[in-house]
Design a protein around this ligand. Structure first.
Ligand code: NAD
Ligand code: UDP
Ligand code: UDP
Length: 404
């Protein structure tokens, strides 16, 4: 058996010549074996033909290094040096796509805790793009104009997996990014969350609401971590004049969500696609409001460009119960899954819906993508992911379940 590596080596030597590339599609093998033994000759030529067809298949799978999309041209003065921490994650990678298409120099810093190189592989090798494997709990030195600080696990099972690390990332990591912004005079946007409102007693939630967070519950590492991140941002702003933006992001979904991260959209879509039971935690009467990822990215970019420095809710105010959401996904997939109830999750916020009047007034932003359209794209993405056979990161077939 010839290994794929040796096929690749052979491929590399073959593709030196354009003639060969053209000939390779012909029925006759390009290389011929010289021997007088007819049987040996025929066997060897058959083997070469087989190898050549494998090369064609391999070529179609190789990354096409010059196949980048056409990006906006910017000259040296207009081109910003932008850092996206957590840029290999779900939201970060979509933001990277937008910033790259807009012609900026984009640096991604990620420790791959929940992110994946696959999310940004489309830019690897591009002259405007650089990927740095780094944990932001450690200091980072580079020269920048803007920082989108997104690095943090975001789904409850992920941030509960190592609560101390979640706190360090959101506190020590945020100090480092603010220190970096201070030294380079870069503008910094902090990705905060609706979780700063905890299990809210005010509905819908305006930015002026201070929240209802259990400081020692299972969500505290994330909720309190993000609350400190906001506090740090305004302390650096006040004490050192750092230009800060704070986005309070509400539930977001779309392609490149982590298949095993246990969030409701990925779980329900995967369960429906596999005709497995759809698991509702608790009664299903609890509500969420879901925004499509492209709306969020537009909101973040608009906030960064604005002069507004106070926190802004970025979310879609269309609110649904988790029960309704389960049926909607099942119907859209056309699945035979039954809907089952599991024990409710500790400290699960019962209602969540953003008041987005600040974003409308100060940024002229509001979400545009209807849930059916966004879900259709997300379902299509997971359908493709589930049919992958060539990647070790392939989803293992089971939706993640909370173990609390
Ligand atoms: P994600 O888990 O897909 O992405 C987070 C990225 O940060 C990953 O690539 C991960 O590897 C990286 N990371 C984590 N710790 C790090 C560290 N110490 N150093 C370097 N990199 C690290 O999550 P996401 O959904 O893309 O969320 C991005 C940001 O948006 C997070 O800050 C999250 O809190 C916030 N947010 C997301 C949502 C949502 O619904 N997706 C809602 C509210 C807030
Ligand atoms: N820092 C960094 N990159 C920089 C500047 C600072 O990572 O370019 C980190 C560094 O670890 C520092 C922290 O940010 O401790 C806070 O910086 P700040 O200037 O506020 O404080 P100090 O340097 O006095 O600790
Ligand atoms: N949820 C559920 N089944 C699942 C995953 C989540 O019923 O398989 C519920 C969860 O209890 C919560 C809501 O869906 O009420 C949203 O959960 P998610 O983890 O997506 O986000 P968050 O709680 O951070 O808003």
């Amino acid at each position: 058996m010839i290994s794929s590596f040796s096929v690749l080596l052979l491929y590399n030597s073959l593709v030196q010549s354009e003639d060969i590339q053209e000939n390779i599609i012909h029925d006759e093998p390009v290389y011929k074996v010289h021997t007088n033994d007819d049987n040996q000759l025929e066997e060897a030529n058959e083997r070469i033909k087989l190898l050549e067809s494998k090369l064609i298949e391999l070529e179609s799978r190789l990354p096409r290094t010059n196949a980048f999309p056409e990006i906006k041209f910017r000259n040296y003065k207009d081109k910003k040096r932008i850092l996206v921490t957590g840029g290999a994650g779900f939201v970060g990678s979509h933001l990277v796509d937008t910033l790259m298409m807009d012609g900026h120099q984009v640096f991604v810093v990620d420790n791959y805790f929940t992110g994946s190189k696959r999310n940004i592989e489309q830019w690897i090798g591009h002259e405007n793009f650089e990927m740095v494997h780094h944990d932001i709990v450690n200091p980072l030195y580079m020269e920048l104009d803007e920082i989108y600080h997104l690095a943090s696990p975001a789904s409850p099972p992920h941030y509960m997996y190592n609560p101390v690390k979640t706190i360090k990332t959101n506190t020590v990591g945020t100090v480092n990014m603010l220190g970096l912004a201070k030294r380079t005079k870069a503008k910094i946007l902090i990705a905060s969350t609706s979780e700063v409102y905890g299990d809210p007693e005010v509905h819908p939630q305006p930015e002026s609401y201070w929240g209802n967070v259990n400081p020692i519950g299972p969500r505290a590492c994330y909720d309190e971590g993000k609350r400190v991140a906001e506090t740090l941002a305004y302390a650096y702003n006040k004490q050192s004049g750092v230009e800060v933006r704070v986005a309070r992001i509400f539930n977001t979904y779309g392609p490149r969500m982590h298949a095993n991260d246990g969030r409701v959209v990925s779980n329900f879509v995967i369960q429906a696609l596999e005709n497995k039971p759809i698991t509702i935690y608790g009664s299903g009467e609890q509500t969420r409001s879901f925004q499509y990822v492209s709306d969020l990215v537009q909101g973040l970019v608009t906030l960064m460009a604005s002069d507004y420095t106070l926190p802004v809710n970025i979310g879609n105010p269309e609110e649904r119960s988790i029960k309704t959401f389960a049926s909607l996904i099942r119907d859209m997939v056309g699945s035979a899954s039954e809907i089952v109830h599991k024990p409710e999750v500790e400290d699960d916020p019962q209602r969540r819906r953003p008041d987005i009047s600040t974003a409308k007034k100060e940024l002229g932003w509001q979400p545009k993508v209807p849930i059916e359209k966004g879900l259709a794209k997300t379902i299509e993405y997971f359908r493709r992911e589930l049919s992958r056979t060539d990647n070790s990161e392939k989803h293992n077939g089971d939706a993640f379940e909370y173990v609390l």
